[in-house]
Design a protein. Structure first.
Lengths: 241, 453
């Protein structure tokens, strides 16, 4: 059931436009189709998400969506422009392939959060599971807690900020993405090394933390990135994998 | 593989070899010897393009039983034999309606030049069929020139974005390809130009080795949710294919159907690649001929044959191959290597340049090197300018028409008014192996090895 509190028009709406979707008696398909037709500036609230998959996927407008509860797989998948906030936990592939805009999870996120994201900001206040930021291509990710193993695997571009600890094989086969970790790193993956923090890095980290609404001190973090030793295939690296 | 080393006998005329009583080893033949010498000299395995070159049971081992007394044929030039096919009408509200069942397989911009991609789009569009992107995203050239464009969804997600997803006429979730089931893509540094690097968000000139597993799903239960996501993003309009490299096509087809695919694409081991380890190409996967009956069986057991369409690729060269694949139960086929040959790949006019690279027209498979004299598998501006996309598109359209007309010729001879009406009963096998794999009787017998009585 989609309840529009004010009329939903295709014209430029007032910012006061609000809509509530109750997933207890409306299918996910209706929610997504309605969001694909949503106009810039609208506020949407999703009640009773019940861990359903594919919530608020393919948004392509400056809308603000609040999900009151847990979301399943691929919440806010392929997100563009708008902002999605989940007051709960998120399943596998949160904001996968995000292009722009912001996705904020107040709880924890499962595996492959922000996988292959090309842009935008993903904030996870709690912990993230394995493969957080896998194959990331420009997205910024800020995790308040810990992240699981194989995070930032083959990470190509973007920044991953971890305010807790990182699991095994962090940044395995990483390309040009930057990783900042405040806590401990269980182990680094192939071709990932610790790198010095310069003013430039402290500045960008401060910006990312501020964007995520966090008060951590950038000076407490260490930076990790690619040693760039495996960029070219060579027989001499055959034991590195 | 280039012919890196030719032993003395190869430089001798065949007759002289015979007169001298020289005997070549079947186990250590000249190509094998050259492989060992190359490995010893370089310390790296051979990476090359093209598909499996070894001889495997294939469509050549099947024959059609033309109509005679018990069945009557259609007039070859007069009676209608339709060729159109609808792909993706299981769930998608906008299925593809193609005029010929011969489609163009996925090949990336990066592996191929922009001109080659444009030529493929032009040729396919001229005859009303589809073309497919590859591991590197969608270029404006191919979108612009392709009436029906299938957008591949690959583990690397290079160049994947929702804008292009919504522009696609179909989405192909790629689990594998026939040349390397279980392997990821590869594009060596010499082909990672600035444009290719930008599209893939990679540093210029690095050796790109793509992931072989998708980053955000594992197994059929996850795939079902993933397909659901793609459908939600495209509002259930766009057909979703699942492409598998042929290894266990019976189970993979059944699981793809369970996961919600509209179309299943099965690529046999003869299917090509732009760059893969030779050991992988030649030793992993099963022949196209063996894969089709398994995929068809899975669809039939689920009651979904013809409802979930089957596209078969890997070694399709002639209209006879098209007809045989369809008689075994495919709804359509895809061509890759043959389409490149139609554009000008391995043309003898470049004999001198192939020779300079240690290869020859008819043998050239070093697509990974990016030095293709035909301007197809290269990113070099001078080389790629040799391929005129308009002329190349016209050659491909000609070839696609020939394939379609050849298939119609056979279908009419078998009394069929539509290519899809071809059936296994129209076929016999020439060899026991082909009979067992294709599940049609050995010619002149009613025997199908392995068939349950």
């Amino acid at each position: 059931m989609v309840t529009l509190i004010q009329s939903q028009t295709q014209d430029y709406p007032t910012a006061a436009d609000e809509a509530t979707v109750d997933l207890a008696d409306s299918p996910v398909r209706n929610l997504n189709q309605a969001l694909h037709g949503a106009a810039h500036g609208q506020f949407w609230t999703v009640e009773n998400p019940g861990g359903k998959h594919n919530l608020a996927v393919g948004i392509d407008a400056e809308v603000s969506v609040t999900i009151n509860g847990h979301a399943g797989y691929y919440a806010a998948g392929m997100h563009q422009k708008g902002e999605v906030t989940i007051y709960g936990n998120a399943g596998v592939g949160l904001a996968e392939n995000i292009m722009s805009g912001k996705v904020h999870v107040k709880g924890d996120a499962s595996q492959s959060a922000a996988a292959t994201g090309h842009g935008g900001l993903v904030v996870i206040d709690g912990n993230a599971g394995a493969r957080c930021g896998i194959s990331m291509k420009g997205v910024d990710i800020v995790v308040g807690g810990n992240i699981g193993h194989m995070s930032a695997f083959m990470a190509q571009a973007g920044r991953l900020v971890v305010c807790g600890d990182a699991g095994d094989a962090l940044g395995d086969s990483i390309y040009e993405a930057r990783i900042y970790v405040k806590g401990t790193v269980a182990s680094l993956g192939a071709d990932c090394i610790e790198k010095p923090m310069s003013i430039e890095h402290l500045d960008e980290l401060a910006e990312l933390l501020a964007a995520a609404g966090r008060t951590d001190n950038p000076a407490d973090f260490k930076r990790y990135g690619s040693a760039r030793n495996l960029y070219h295939f060579s027989v001499h690296n055959s034991t590195s994998y | 593989m280039t012919i890196t080393s030719l032993g003395a006998p190869s430089t001798l005329p065949a007759r002289q070899v015979e007169e001298l009583g020289l005997r070549e080893s079947a186990t250590f033949d000249r190509a094998t010897i050259a492989d060992i010498q190359r490995a010893a000299a370089t310390g790296v395995y051979d990476i090359r393009g093209w598909g499996a070159k070894r001889k495997v049971p294939h469509f050549d081992d099947l024959l059609f039983l033309g109509a005679s007394m018990s069945r009557y044929p259609l007039e070859g030039y007069r009676e209608k034999c339709d060729t159109d096919v609808v792909l993706g009408d299981r769930y998608a509200s906008r299925p593809l309606h193609l005029q010929t069942p011969v489609t163009i397989a996925g090949m990336s911009f990066g592996a191929l030049s922009a001109n080659a991609k444009e030529a493929l789009g032009r040729g396919a569009s001229e005859v009303g069929t589809s073309t497919t992107t590859g591991d590197g995203g969608m270029t404006p050239e191919e979108r612009g020139q392709s009436k029906h464009l299938v957008y591949q969804y690959l583990p690397s997600r290079y160049g994947m974005n929702p804008d292009d997803l919504r522009k696609a006429d179909a989405i192909e979730v790629v689990l594998g390809q026939g040349a390397k089931p279980g392997g990821g893509g590869m594009l060596l540094g010499q082909k990672i130009t600035e444009r290719v690097a930008r599209m893939r968000t990679l540093p210029v000139g690095i050796d790109q080795r793509s992931a072989s597993r998708h980053p955000d799903w594992t197994g059929p239960d996850d795939l079902e949710i993933k397909i659901g996501e793609l459908r939600e993003i495209t509002d259930w309009k766009t057909p979703i294919y699942v492409k598998i490299g042929a290894s266990r096509p019976y189970y993979d087809t059944a699981l793809a159907v369970k996961a919600g695919a509209d179309v299943v694409v099965v690529d046999g081991m003869q299917g090509g690649t732009a760059a893969t380890q030779q050991v992988f190409i030649e030793n992993v996967g099963i022949p196209t001929l063996a894969a089709i009956p398994q995929a068809v069986q899975a669809l039939q057991e689920l009651g979904l044959h013809r409802k979930v369409q089957l596209i078969v690729s890997g070694g399709i060269r002639t209209g006879a191959d098209v007809a045989k694949a369809m008689a075994l139960g495919a709804d359509a086929v895809a061509i890759g290597t043959a389409a490149l040959i139609a554009l000008g790949d391995n043309d003898p006019r470049y004999a001198a340049e192939y020779a300079a690279m240690g290869s020859a027209a008819g043998f050239y498979d070093d697509f990974q090197d990016g030095r293709d004299p035909a301007g197809i598998t290269t990113q070099d501006p001078e080389l790629s300018s040799r391929l005129d996309p308009i002329a190349g598109g016209r050659r491909l359209a000609n070839y696609l028409r020939v394939l379609t007309m050849e298939a119609q010729t056979i279908a009419r001879a078998c009394g069929k008014s539509h290519l899809r009406n071809l059936e296994p009963e129209d076929l016999v096998a020439l060899t026991i192996e082909a009979s067992a794999m294709a599940r049609v009787p050995l010619a002149g017998t009613s025997w199908i090895p392995g068939a349950k009585q």
